[in-house]
Design a protein around this ligand. Structure first.
Ligand code: DWN
Length: 397
């Protein structure tokens, strides 16, 4: 069947999300692309139109570290504890980052795949077996020769970052034991649309999966989803439990339940996406009016968490250094740099009260609970946050 792509949202010219600018490069021209989101009416896949090569995005300067958030560390630890109960012989993780997940297991039991060599060094130093390569059928064959088949393949926020899904799933079929499980976590399209979190779209998120689209892509490779867990992490993600079709595990009721929710919301219908696009435009205008108001009243506004997601918001809404003084971020590799496109300085984490901050734009809104817990003093002193989801507003709890 011929693919029919329909563009439904234009988020304007954008820089690469994780390309934080060093001081010495501040006047250099940045690489930019048009961020257009499209829906494929045949296979129901939502994707970005203009893509970059993996090498352009995931290289030895990649700044993101999964372990910077306690919420994420705890989340992956819990999953690891559940997996341990099944006594797997070998676990492979695609996109092992700084080892946030594999660190919960005995070194002999895990294989990590992490193509960003600066990040891969972290797990290698801890003596975890890590391949500094991109996931592919070739790599799967190489690992198979050395380690035999694996019982669990896990991947958190990585499969949606790889353009060629056919190659991804071919690799899975090569290395996964016939009775093994492939578990992936990625942002939920349903939650993204419900919460108007259009910032989930940026160059690294080539796809935002729904059950409807992912199951179509898997079926071509004799793989199927047999259970879905709806997760709160990253503002709403799905954990898909996938098996080979020939493995007779019973279908869990969560699959049909989630499918029903997606169909009821209209993820099958183009109209749903055009309606989302209308809400995104409204969201932009409202957010801009909040920022303009702050500026008019000489309020000090800073950003909290220089996320990849916030790059989409800032560039789409044209929010720059005239509206946000600086960002604070706990990630060492982002500090003393500038936000891509909008060139807002990023500082290391500092006290919001001493810095006399009036409003804090929550770039890391997905960790609101963790951040609000940490910033009790600021909140008690009347400190306020600006958030864009589900619609732009000022909040203090
Ligand atoms: O899919 C992806 C997700 C999982 O991670 C990647 N493509 C890239 C990255 O996206 P992101 O940058 O939008 O992710 P996070 O996890 O929302 O980033 C949180 C940022 O906020 C980090 O830079 C750390 C920072 N932070 C902070 O400064 N103080 C986070 C917390 C919780 C804090 O207290």
């Amino acid at each position: 069947m011929k693919n029919t792509f329909i563009d439904f949202l234009n988020l304007g010219m954008q820089p690469l999300a994780n390309s934080y600018i060093q001081n010495k490069n501040i006047n250099k021209k940045e690489r930019k692309y048009k961020l257009i989101i499209r829906f494929n009416e045949n296979n129901k896949l939502v994707s970005i139109k203009n893509t970059f090569s993996s090498k352009d995005m995931f290289n030895d300067e990649y700044p993101y570290r999964s372990s910077t958030s306690k919420t994420m560390s705890h989340h992956l630890k819990q999953l690891a504890q559940n997996i341990k109960k099944t006594k797997p012989k070998k676990i492979l993780e695609i996109g092992s980052n700084d080892g946030c997940f594999i660190r919960n297991f005995n070194r002999k039991k895990t294989i990590g795949i992490e193509p960003c060599s600066n990040v891969e060094k972290i797990t290698k130093k801890l003596k975890y077996n890590t391949y500094p390569e991109y996931w592919s059928p070739k790599l799967a064959t190489k690992i198979l020769k050395k380690h035999k088949k694996v019982n669990i393949i896990f991947s958190s926020n990585t499969i949606s970052h790889i353009k060629n899904l056919n190659e991804v799933f071919k690799g899975i079929n090569i290395i996964l034991d016939d009775k093994g499980l492939f578990i992936i976590e990625d942002p939920s399209l349903l939650e993204c649309l419900k919460k108007n979190t259009y910032d989930q779209f940026y160059n690294e998120h080539i796809y935002i999966f729904s059950y409807l689209s992912l199951s179509n892509a898997l079926r071509k490779h004799n793989l199927e989803i047999f259970k879905i867990e709806e997760l709160k992490i990253h503002g709403g993600s799905n954990r898909y439990f996938i098996k080979k079709i020939k493995n007779n595990i019973k279908l869990h009721k969560s699959v049909n339940l989630h499918k029903y929710k997606e169909e009821k919301y209209g993820l099958n219908n183009l109209k749903t996406y055009f309606n989302f696009a209308k809400r995104v435009k409204k969201s932009k205008n409202k957010l801009l009016s909040i920022f303009k108001n702050c500026k008019k009243n000489n309020k000090k506004v800073i950003g909290y968490g220089a996320t990849a997601k916030s790059v989409t918001i800032l560039n789409y809404c044209h929010i720059d250094n005239s509206m946000i003084d600086y960002f604070i971020d706990t990630t060492f590799d982002k500090q003393n740099k500038y936000t891509p496109g909008t060139k807002i300085p990023i500082k290391k984490y500092s006290d919001l009260i001493n810095d006399k901050v009036d409003y804090v734009f929550l770039g890391a809104w997905n960790f609101k609970k963790e951040i609000f817990n940490k910033e009790k003093k600021y909140i008690m002193n009347g400190g306020k946050f600006i958030i864009h989801t589900p619609y732009p507003k000022i909040i203090s709890k």
